[in-house]
Structure formats: structure tokens, C-alpha cells
Write a protein that binds this ligand. Structure first.
Ligand code: MLT
Length: 418
């Protein structure tokens, strides 16, 4: 084949100079050449200027700023602005952004009527994904408006309303009325107030709790092309509206192999505690493929080193529990498991280090967040990343996502009528 003045021989030998020289994407586009990569393990599905991730070194940057610095020095809305608009905001830009968000924290009362129809034991992620999808009906596009202004308004609405909606499931599970937003509070404190304040008792948001939540949300804000983010991009690539695209991301995040893992981790740690806390027994079971036991929270598709978020969360978990005077035996079990695994050849040779989900549930528990809300917290954190990725994909006018397949079914068969 001759393409753009270069000649290619088929089959292409793996590792050959020719293979290295080929822009596979271009070749696929022009020849129909297909390679299989189930789950897009190593195929870049897109180019992106948002998040840099080096899995070998354990480095994570948002728009060039290190996750360590952002988690230490920024507010979640500052990081959201950075991800979505590409630059850290000036003081005035941040104040305007915060103000805009505060003016949109209320949710259309008719959405509450939809919510009332959900059973009390519905998983909060199913409720969240449905209600975010419903937002497209309550906040439709207006054909007379400038499309950029409309998109900007949708972005603000999503950031403003997601925490409000997220608290409803919890309030219902407690048999309590929902709380309205309190706009004199910052983003995290407002969420905590809607979760925990009751009409009959004073509730003061603890600044330690609010600061810990701020850090957790920043650490979860983006993570390049993971399952939910690629879902948001793929759905959005058909020009589906932003609410449907984000709703599909929430559904993708729900699964135990993705955002649902932190719920699995805490349930696993709790089960180990109830079984007497013998961590070595569980390390041995994890190594024994016939045991059926899986050590949740260890290893990551991309990281062959420590997940940098896990390092920060581990320290934050220690600090928060100390400051709040909480002695959670599950934290000790987590620490013992980590120590045992990091000293064990089986885990070391497979580069199975603790990931972000391993410690996040322990902090959420300390903050009073119930286990079935852990993935919801992840979704609130990931929202600006999804929005940024959706916006980048649309701004770059990317084509509709359309993976090809390698057909493995029956060859052409003659139809013989019965
Ligand atoms: C994430 O933060 O999205 C998870 O670590 C999963 C991933 O990146 O694949």
C-alpha cells in the first residue's frame, strides 16, 4: 500500500521499524485495517490537553499542575475552573464563578416529584444518573440562545445542582425531609449542611470535615480516559446533550470495577474485621486464585507504581481521623494489609500497589458519609473532569466515536429454509 508517498508491506511485523513509523490511526481510517484491543487497554482513543498521567512514575497533573500541589493549596471550585477552562482563575474570575454556581443550586421542584417515585432502597447512583438525565427535560436548550452561552449555563447548572440532588437519596433513606442549599456556605460545606442538618437541631459544619472533603473531591476530579470519562466522550460525540452524556458517565462509574470499588473496599475491610482481623489470612487468600477472594483497592490498569492519589489520601485519612478523634479499627486493618502486601513478593512483582479507592472510603466513613453514597461522592468529584472532557471533545469538533470490531462469528452461510 502506498499512503502519502510511503509504501507499506503487509502483514506488518510487530515491533518492526515499519510498524513504528505508521500512524496506525491514519492507516485504519484509510484502509479499514483493524487491530483488536479489548477495553482500549493501550489504544489512545483521543488526544487531550487536560490531564497528564504517567503510570510508570506515578505522576498525575491537571493542566500541568501537580495533583499534590492542587490538593494542598486549592479549592475544589478553583480546580474545576482549571480543568474546564484550562487556566487557574484570577481572584475575580473565581469569585464570579462561585457566585454563578451559588445562584443555581436550587433544583426545579418538579424534579423532586420524579425523585419521590423512587423506592427508599434505590441505589443513590441509579437515582443520580436518572435525575441528571432528567435535567435535559427541565433545562432544555433554547434555539434562540448563543450555543456557547447555553453550554456555559449547562455547565454551571450541573456543578451547582449535582450536590443538591446527591443529598436527596440520603435524606430519604433516613426518613428526613430534604434540605435546601445554603448559599452563604462554600461548596463543600453547603453539601455537608444539606446532608446532615435537620430542621430540629443546629448543625455546624466542622471545618476539618469540609477541608477533607475538598481534598477528596480534588483528587477525584479527573483521571484521563478511564471508563466513565471515555463513556462521556463517546456519548457526547454523537452530539447528545451534556446532561445525557454526564448521566451515562455516572452509570459507568457505578460499577464495582470503577468508582464502586471504594464501597467494595470498605465492605471487604469490615468483613475482615468481623472475621477477627487476620490480614495475613486474606493476603494468602488473595494469592490463591481458587479462593474466590479478591483484594479490592490494590493495583490499577495504568499505574505500575503508587497511585499518587492513594499516597495523599492515606496521609489525609490519618490526619482526619486524628483531628476528629476517631479510632477506626478498619484503618488499622487497611494499614496492615498494605504493609503485608508491599513486603510480599507476589504483590511486589505484579506491581499491585494500593490505589485511590483503598483509603477514600475510610475518610468518607469518618466524615459520616454512608457506604452506599461513596460512589456518589466520587461522581461529585469527577464532574468537572467529565465536563472538561466533554467540552474539549466538542470544541475540537471530534468525529463520532465508532469503534470497529474483529468479527469472530460464523463465515458466510447459505440459508436453507426448513
Ligand atoms: C479513576 O480515577 O477513574 C480510576 O482510577 C479508574 C481509572 O483511571 O481507570
Amino acid at each position: 500500500l502506498t499512503l502519502e508517498g510511503k509504501t507499506y508491506q503487509f502483514p506488518i511485523v510487530e515491533g518492526s521499524e515499519q510498524e513504528k513509523a505508521i500512524d496506525i490511526a491514519k492507516l485504519r481510517d484509510q484502509t479499514g485495517y483493524i487491530t483488536i484491543d479489548a477495553g482500549y487497554k493501550n489504544t489512545g482513543a483521543t488526544k487531550s490537553a487536560i490531564t497528564f498521567l504517567d503510570g510508570e512514575e506515578g505522576v498525575l497533573n491537571y493542566r500541568g499542575y501537580s495533583i499534590e500541589e492542587l490538593a494542598e493549596k486549592s479549592s475544589f471550585l478553583e480546580v474545576s475552573y482549571l480543568l474546564i477552562y484550562g487556566e487557574l482563575p484570577t481572584t475575580q474570575q473565581l469569585a464570579d464563578f462561585e457566585y454563578e454556581i451559588k445562584t443555581h443550586t436550587l433544583v426545579n421542584e418538579d424534579m423532586r416529584k420524579i425523585f419521590e417515585g423512587f423506592p427508599v432502597n434505590a441505589h443513590p447512583m441509579g437515582v443520580l444518573s436518572s435525575l441528571v438525565s432528567a435535567m435535559s427535560a427541565f433545562y432544555p436548550e433554547n434555539a434562540d440562545q448563543d450555543p456557547e452561552e447555553v453550554t456555559q449555563l449547562h455547565i454551571i447548572r450541573l456543578l451547582a445542582k449535582l450536590p443538591t440532588i446527591a443529598t436527596w437519596s440520603y435524606k430519604k433513606s433516613q426518613g428526613h425531609p430534604v434540605n435546601y442549599p445554603k448559599n452563604d456556605l462554600d461548596y463543600c460545606s453547603n453539601f455537608l449542611n444539606m446532608m446532615f442538618s435537620l430542621p430540629v437541631a443546629n448543625y455546624e459544619v466542622d471545618p476539618v470535615v469540609s477541608a477533607a472533603l475538598n481534598k477528596l473531591l480534588i483528587l477525584h476530579a479527573d483521571h484521563e480516559q478511564n471508563c466513565s470519562t471515555s463513556t462521556v466522550r463517546l456519548v457526547g460525540s454523537s452530539h447528545a446533550n451534556i446532561y445525557s452524556s454526564i448521566s451515562s458517565g455516572i452509570s459507568a462509574l457505578w460499577g464495582p470495577l470503577h468508582g464502586g470499588a471504594n464501597q467494595e473496599v470498605i465492605e471487604m475491610l469490615e468483613a475482615i474485621r468481623q472475621d477477627g482481623g487476620d490480614t495475613q489470612k486474606y493476603i494468602d487468600m488473595a494469592k490463591d486464585k481458587t479462593s474466590g477472594f479478591r483484594l479490592f483497592g490494590f493495583g490499577h490498569r495504568v499505574y505500575k507504581n503508587f497511585d499518587p492519589r492513594a499516597r495523599i489520601i492515606k496521609k489525609a485519612a490519618d490526619d482526619v481521623l486524628n483531628k476528629l478523634g476517631i479510632n477506626d479499627p478498619v484503618l488499622e486493618i487497611a494499614q496492615q494489609l498494605e504493609k503485608a502486601a508491599l513486603e510480599d513478593e507476589y504483590f511486589v512483582s505484579r506491581k499491585l500497589y494500593p490505589n485511590v479507592d483503598f483509603y477514600s472510603g475510610i475518610i468518607y466513613r469518618a466524615l459520616g458519609i454512608p457506604t452506599n453514597m461513596f460512589t456518589v461522592m466520587f461522581a461529585i468529584g469527577r464532574l468537572p473532569g467529565w465536563i472538561a472532557q466533554w467540552k474539549e471533545m466538542r470544541t475540537n469538533k471530534e468525529p463520532i466515536g465508532r469503534p470497529r470490531q474483529v468479527y469472530t462469528g460464523a463465515p458466510k452461510r447459505a440459508f436453507i429454509p426448513i
